[in-house]
Unconditional design. Structure first.
Length: 330
């Protein structure tokens, strides 16, 4: 089947891959990469993102706009893209890093983009089930720090909700930028510093839960949500909300997305609470730090604002002539 995006390459040697025995992909240096359920796997079976993979398998539809009936993911993505780029997405090659179950995959495909979705975790299996692989969609399990593509092949590289969970955010942003074509765009977001995180009980819960086996941490999260979510609902529109927010480790959306019904509120609380209490890495950056990182890499037309989960930003790689001139004067 023809890929939606560029051909896979060996992440180590940058060489083309050929079909091998058992359906694997092999590079000329005898590196074999298994293909499981139609999805190439360029990472070991176990990674620091295992908690994320299991949560997306369990809550595989929770954040899809087609499931909620609300344009939550679409509105967030459109804001990050900006109206001009959003209106030109049809036919563009988009690399979506940290695809999860596909909340943004769904929106990108609906806009006519040709999407290559990658994730470090086994969430790629759910993504491919929700949005089958075809002429407009490719999926791979891969590490952002060692992507299986030649550089500068994508019109847009998108990474939302991910960079703060990687070992080194600045290195991650640099590797993402490596994949952007001349004239193409990098679109990211990142957690920012909030005093609320440091005054909550959540960091204490996280110290324990992120070290537990995934099935155990998910059971603990479910018990916490079942016991505490009714309290959050009762105080959502009262002055007691801030007190409950400090004492409870839950992430809830009664204020953020009041349009969600009770069942969806529960599902979003389960997903986001588990996500926030089991991430192996959790970094924070200011808007200024993100802007300096992007501009230091050479991006132009940088837009960087507080919003969403912290800081949202986009920037463009200069076109070929401008890029060459910059390199000569570096």
């Amino acid at each position: 089947m023809r890929l939606a995006g560029p051909e896979w390459q060996c992440p180590t040697h940058g060489t083309s891959l050929e079909a091998a025995a058992g359906g694997a992909l092999r590079c000329p240096h005898a590196h074999d990469f298994p293909v499981v359920a139609g999805v190439p796997r360029f990472v070991p079976p176990t990674t620091y993102a295992d908690h994320f993979g299991e949560q997306w398998k369990r809550y595989r539809r929770t954040q899809l706009d087609s499931y909620t009936g609300k344009p939550i993911s679409r509105d967030r993505l459109r804001r990050c893209f900006g109206d001009d780029l959003w209106s030109r997405l049809d036919g563009l090659q988009v690399l979506e890093c940290g695809c999860g179950a596909g909340r943004f995959t769904e929106v990108l495909l609906a806009q006519g983009a040709r999407v290559t979705s990658v994730d470090l975790s086994s969430a790629v299996e759910v993504n491919a089930e929700n949005f089958p692989i075809g002429a407009s969609h490719s999926v791979a399990q891969a590490d952002i720090l060692s992507l299986p593509f030649a550089p500068r092949r994508f019109d847009v590289v998108l990474c939302i909700g991910v960079i703060q969970h990687t070992p080194n955010p600045e290195l991650t942003i640099a590797r993402l930028y490596d994949q952007v074509k001349p004239g193409g765009w990098l679109i990211i977001d990142h957690y920012t510093y909030e005093i609320g995180w440091y005054t909550k009980t959540a960091p204490l819960f996280r110290m324990a839960l992120k070290r537990l086996p995934t099935d155990v941490s998910m059971r603990v999260t479910e018990r916490l949500v079942d016991r505490l979510l009714p309290i959050h609902k009762r105080v959502a529109r009262t002055p007691l909300r801030s007190i409950v927010f400090r004492l409870s480790p839950l992430l809830t959306h009664y204020a953020t997305y009041p349009e969600l019904d009770d069942e969806l509120q529960r599902q979003w609380a389960l997903l986001d609470t588990h996500d926030s209490l089991t991430d192996y890495y959790k970094w924070f950056r200011t808007r200024g730090q993100i802007r300096r990182t992007l501009e230091g890499l050479g991006l132009v037309d940088v837009w960087c604002e507080y919003g969403g989960n912290g800081v949202e930003a986009r920037g463009r790689r200069p076109d070929q002539a401008a890029d060459a001139s910059r390199a000569r004067h570096a």
